[in-house]
Design a protein around this ligand. Sequence first.
Ligand code: ATP
Ligand code: MG
Length: 242
Amino acid sequence: MSDILEIQGVFAGYGGGDILRGVNLNLEPGTITCIVGPNGAGKSTVMRVVSGVLHPRRGEVRFNGERIDHLSPRQILQAGIVQVPQNRSLFPGMTVEENVRLGAYTLRDRALVDRRLAEVSEQFPIVKERAKDKAGSLSGGQQKLVEFARSLMLDPKLVLLDEPSMGLEPRILGHVFGTMVEMSKAGRTILLVEQNARKGLESSDRGVVMESGRVLLDGPAQGVLSDERIGDLYLGGHVQQH
Ligand SMILES: Nc1ncnc2c1ncn2[C@@H]1O[C@H](COP(=O)(O)OP(=O)(O)OP(=O)(O)O)[C@@H](O)[C@H]1O
Ligand SMILES: [Mg+2]
């Protein structure tokens, strides 16, 4: 099967020089790829290039074979790529349902929005159970699940998850990553960035290790997990937490 996302020879930065220095990365449809690496390696920068917030200085990004590296974030969203940001992003004073509906803000077809809401409510019981509650009254893990639900309102083909475990209690992590696996089984392709490298890789098909704006290692997640170089660097006690 042909790759859904192709990042080829990408150089990108924020004005003062390149942060990404020749990144190559291909995603197969329906898989979960987890990027790990130390702080400042460029993981979130890869996400920004894919979501169109940052345009590469050199190189190409293709989605389903089409160049997307010069499109705006909104065009990329409409093409079927959605990002769940690193920090909490629900509006705490709005209800869970209102927040989820915001995920479809670009859609004019109200019947379609209602249908999508019904679909994500089936997949995410929390959306149904807490529909009328203020999002701010939910726990961090519950809010993350609602963010996942909101991200599916446009029926994206590729979902970018930047550190979904950040700030969550350990006991909820299994549920959050399990939900991510279900999203992928439903046919979505997922690009995940995780500081919690072991947990992230355990739930993923492929592992990518980045360092200093380059891909150091790329292969089956199990292989990356058992690679001794990686074990010492990123899976032991040295993984920096935010
Ligand atoms: N908006 C910005 N303007 C200038 N420099 C930035 C900006 N965002 C990130 N950088 C720099 O780019 C480098 C890579 O940052 P990036 O956020 O991609 O790292 P990361 O791998 O996601 O790290 P972390 O694990 O801390 O989230 C860092 O040196 C950072 O200081
Ligand atoms: Mg980051």
